[in-house]
Design a protein around this ligand. Sequence first.
Ligand SMILES: *[C@@H]1O[C@H](CO)[C@@H](O)[C@H](O)[C@H]1NC(C)=O
Ligand SMILES: *[C@@H]1O[C@H](CO)[C@@H](O)[C@H](O)[C@H]1NC(C)=O
Ligand SMILES: *[C@@H]1O[C@H](CO)[C@@H](O)[C@H](O)[C@H]1NC(C)=O
Ligand SMILES: *[C@@H]1O[C@H](CO)[C@@H](O)[C@H](O)[C@H]1NC(C)=O
Ligand SMILES: *[C@@H]1O[C@H](CO)[C@@H](O)[C@H](O)[C@H]1NC(C)=O
Ligand SMILES: *[C@@H]1O[C@H](CO)[C@@H](O)[C@H](O)[C@H]1NC(C)=O
Ligand SMILES: *[C@@H]1O[C@H](CO)[C@@H](O)[C@H](O)[C@H]1NC(C)=O
Ligand SMILES: *[C@@H]1O[C@H](CO)[C@@H](O)[C@H](O)[C@H]1NC(C)=O
Length: 284
Amino acid sequence: METTKKLSAFFCLFFTINQAISESEHMETFCRKSSRNNTTYNTNLKTLLSTLSNQSSFANYYNLTTGLASDTVHGMFLCIGDVNRTTCNACVKDATIEIAKNCTNHREAIIYYFSCMVRYSDKFFFSTLETKPNAFWSSTDPIPKSFGKFGQRLSDKMGEVIVRSSLLSSSFTPYYFQDTTKFDDQYNLQSVVQCSPHLDPGNCTTCLKLAFQELTHCCCDQLWAVIFTPKCLVSFDTSNSTSMSIYIPVPKHSGSFSIRGNNKILGRMVLAVAASVFAVLLGL
Ligand SMILES: *[C@@H]1O[C@H](CO)[C@@H](O)[C@H](O)[C@H]1NC(C)=O
Ligand SMILES: *[C@@H]1O[C@H](CO)[C@@H](O)[C@H](O)[C@H]1NC(C)=O
Ligand SMILES: *[C@@H]1O[C@H](CO)[C@@H](O)[C@H](O)[C@H]1NC(C)=O
Ligand SMILES: *[C@@H]1O[C@H](CO)[C@@H](O)[C@H](O)[C@H]1NC(C)=O
Ligand SMILES: *[C@@H]1O[C@H](CO)[C@@H](O)[C@H](O)[C@H]1NC(C)=O
Ligand SMILES: *[C@@H]1O[C@H](CO)[C@@H](O)[C@H](O)[C@H]1NC(C)=O
Ligand SMILES: *[C@@H]1O[C@H](CO)[C@@H](O)[C@H](O)[C@H]1NC(C)=O
Ligand SMILES: *[C@@H]1O[C@H](CO)[C@@H](O)[C@H](O)[C@H]1NC(C)=O
């Protein structure tokens, strides 16, 4: 836990946030500056981003390390478990372009989209449990009173989903788990969890629990919500959409994304910058 705590503080202090609320498809970008600015590193980074972009037409997850010694760059992408190759590729392609553009000459950066995330760093991070920087997004519509004990149900169901996801071994899209349950013949609760494949099952479970706790604090009275952390994703939806495809962006010719099928893009974006909740939780 010591490593995790340090990293949390680290992210808090050194990441600047490029916020783009008007860009519905895109959740958040974080860049970390450094006094070191090495041409070799930047060249390696360029190659790495290009490789990630290319690999995203073959897999939903990929990690890569390039360069030597202090010029080493580690990078990865992760697509949400229910998106197809076309969408994954389009998302990662966009993300690598954006991250290169918006985090120029930064040693470390992370970018979240609804369908994927891309990250690079001068430090090895693949198997480390981290909870920051994170981004979350929720509906602006509160759940109807008629839903009754929704908070309790959500908590119970997500607890169950997290346990079930930990029983999955190395599948095609590791740790992705989706459940839909009908309550009172009144509403369907869709629950989705996903971990980065490099996390061991124990750390995956921890990551999901912490992320869900964070989501509970902000959004458990909303129709739907999603949180993305560096190592896992948790989301729920009670709004009867046919699938979690509400998070699947449709590529447009401009190269940007929009959310398909409904007006959920009007949702409110909440920044989890201070993330004091995580700090407290991790200190336990
Ligand atoms: C990237 O930077 C451009 C120009 O500064 C800005 O318009 C855009 O919203 C930024 N995108 C992200 C993802 O931060
Ligand atoms: C880093 O180096 C590149 C290329 O040498 C230069 O264009 C850029 O301005 C430098 N950035 C910083 C923040 O020093
Ligand atoms: C920077 O790049 C040069 C080669 O261009 C390399 O010799 C050096 O080790 C690199 N790293 C640092 C931290 O200066
Ligand atoms: C990625 O694919 C493009 C187009 O096919 C190619 O030009 C580029 O060299 C590839 N990048 C890497 C790192 O292989
Ligand atoms: C991904 O990371 C692992 C270390 O966790 C490493 O063994 C593997 O070679 C990496 N994959 C690539 C393509 O570099
Ligand atoms: C991939 O998913 C997108 C979004 O749901 C869809 O529009 C597209 O037709 C799918 N492509 C393939 C090849 O299945
Ligand atoms: C979790 O990850 C840490 C490194 O971040 C590692 O030391 C630990 O063994 C992992 N497993 C568990 C179950 O905590
Ligand atoms: C969702 O579907 C259920 C039946 O499956 C229906 O009773 C309920 O009114 C629907 N909720 C919304 C918000 O449309």
